[in-house]
Design a protein around this ligand. Structure first.
Ligand code: GDP
Length: 170
């Protein structure tokens, strides 16, 4: 089976759970005291997709403004971007829209975008509805999923959704 390496970057505000999502996906582990990402970290995971194996090369960026100028390094050459917001923080959804704009203007052509509304285990203090996120995602041709890295909800689905949108080589 052919192995395809696919670069994937995670973007979004600090604290929305980017590192936790990667940690859950790659190691099936959740750490309450996960240390803040400094710059970026890098992990890989390989999953089957049809007749291919997709080896995700996952770049987990720091969301801090001071690292913003480094962002193009992460999304350049990316097959997909997972843009994460926190369903309990409206501000993080505003930031997500800024990332989408930046990707549309400066990102690779045909980059697959997945919008992950993380911390869906905290639905009782939700500030962003799934309807709002889904409508926005549909308007930009992105996948929309609500996730919980903590309770392991829909984490695999984010990456499966990306895999399905990557055209097979032949
Ligand atoms: P990052 O800065 O976007 O990489 O966010 P982190 O992965 O460092 O997570 C920030 C904080 O949110 C940490 O305290 C995590 O334990 C917490 N967190 C991450 N994912 C979830 C989740 O799905 N549910 C809840 N309740 N907390 C989460």
């Amino acid at each position: 089976m052919a192995i395809r390496e696919l670069k994937v970057c995670l973007l979004g505000d600090t604290g929305v759970g980017k590192s936790s999502i990667v940690c859950r996906f790659v190691q099936d582990h959740f750490d309450h005291n996960i240390s803040p990402t400094i710059g970026a970290s890098f992990m890989t995971k390989t999953v089957p997709c049809g007749n291919e194996l997709h080896k995700f090369l996952i770049w987990d960026t720091a969301g801090q403004e001071r690292f913003h100028s480094l962002a193009p390094m992460y999304y350049r050459g990316s097959a997909a971007a997972v843009i994460v917001y926190d369903i309990t923080k409206q501000d993080s959804f505003v930031t997500l829209k800024k990332w989408v704009k930046e990707l549309k203007e400066h990102g690779p052509d045909n980059i697959v975008m997945a919008i992950a509304g993380n911390k869906c285990d905290l639905a009782d203090i939700r500030e962003v509805t799934f309807k709002e996120a889904k409508e926005y995602a549909d308007s930009i041709g992105a996948i929309a999923v609500e996730t919980s890295a903590k309770n392991s909800i829909n984490i695999e689905e984010v990456f499966q959704g990306i895999s399905r949108k990557i055209p097979p080589l032949d």
